[in-house]
Design a binder for this molecule. Structure first.
Ligand code: SF4
Length: 356
């Protein structure tokens, strides 16, 4: 890679670096939390929530102390509640194992629950100077266009090609953290889905631009087939309280969340011979109750629809007189407060419209 590309990148980034407030007052803890907040969220949408979160949980000890309900509440509206739970679990581990200091070594970071390659690479490169490419969608866009990387995004071949392409940037005087952040910001502000090539400081280095093929990169992997599934919710009420169960992870969706007793069937698409997988929460809802409820639900429209990854879910809610052993009973107000997933929030809003 010609040295002048890194010079241009460094010059451009010097003027851009201070665009975001969260870069001003940094330490490994704040960088970690910032990355979790801003993953898959527009910076503009996430930054106020992030500020409030960091006020409430200013360091690892405060976050470990939780309680986890407060962490979830402070994360409300950001989606992906497993991230908030993992942040809390990670903080507990960091307090125990690292005396409340967020490690800055990549190999240590990726062992912590909920910290994946991207976050570990960002923290390790910014605070530990490690030369590791943090490959998110922005990095992927920029590098694939600069070098017309033909492998499909997300696969091993793409990752390897991107790492090879970025390696010379890390061998310069530009700090490793700045390389990662500059590439990210380049992808976010200039080399966007619809790239602003006329504003790009490196258009003369860009192979896709030279070939007029910006729209061909990054090459998308084939989409997994969408699967239509039914999710039966068995709603049981005692007085003004409803029975819910914590999903310990055996039910395939919304691990860690409180949910109405549920039953679903996941179609097995890889082999037509393989049986469809049936799952329920709690694990042992009597088969007769499931059969009866399914028969009733068959001719009813879905109460609502929801999409989780490639599953297009039709949720049908049925009142039942039968409670299941265990679980807990909550009022509608408590449900609204303690069930964080948007799917359960939709179900709670439907309660008034259900017929006994
Ligand atoms: S010239 Fe266009 S496609 Fe190439 S890196 Fe710049 S913005 Fe992206």
């Amino acid at each position: 890679m010609p040295d002048s590309l890194v010079n241009r990148l460094a010059t451009w980034y010097a003027g851009e670096k201070h665009r975001y407030e969260f870069r001003l007052e940094r330490n490994p803890y704040r960088t970690w939390i910032t990355e979790i907040f801003l993953q898959q969220t527009q910076i503009a949408a996430g930054k106020d929530k992030l500020k409030t979160f960091l006020k409430r949980f200013p360091d690892v000890k405060a976050l470990a102390k939780g309680p986890v309900e407060d962490v979830l509440a402070a994360f409300q509206g950001m989606g992906y509640y497993s991230r908030a739970r993992n942040m809390h679990r990670a903080a507990v581990e960091i307090v125990k194992k690292y005396k409340a200091n967020v490690p800055v070594v990549y190999a240590d970071l990726v062992k912590i629950p909920g910290i994946g390659h991207y976050t570990a690479a960002i923290v390790a490169s910014i605070h530990g100077g490690e030369k590791i490419l943090a490959l998110d969608a922005n990095h992927a866009r920029v590098l694939s266009r600069l070098y017309t990387i033909g492998a499909a995004q997300g696969g091993q071949a793409f990752r390897e090609a991107a790492v090879r392409a970025a390696a010379p940037l890390f061998e310069t005087k530009m700090p490793a953290g700045d390389v990662n952040e500059a590439l990210m910001q380049w992808g976010q502000t200039i080399c966007k889905k619809k790239p602003l090539c006329d504003k790009c400081f490196a258009a003369d280095f860009c192979a896709a631009f030279a070939a007029g093929r910006q729209a061909d990169f990054p090459r998308k992997a084939e989409r997994a087939e969408a699967l239509e599934i039914l999710w039966l919710m068995l709603v049981h009420r005692k007085g003004n309280k409803y029975q819910v169960f914590a999903n310990t992870g055996k039910f395939p969706f919304l691990a860690g969340e409180l949910m109405f007793p549920s039953y679903t069937v996941l179609p097995e698409t890889r082999s037509k011979k393989a049986a469809a997988e049936t799952l329920m929460l709690p694990e042992k809802i009597p088969a007769a109750l499931i059969r009866k409820s399914l028969a009733k639900a068959q001719n009813l429209p879905a109460d609502f629809r929801h999409t989780i990854t490639r599953y297009k879910i039709a949720v049908k809610m049925m009142f039942t007189d039968t409670s299941q052993p265990g679980g807990k009973f909550l009022t509608p107000a408590e449900l609204k407060d303690k069930c964080h997933s948007s799917l359960m929030q939709k179900a709670i809003r439907r309660l008034d419209k259900l017929e006994f």
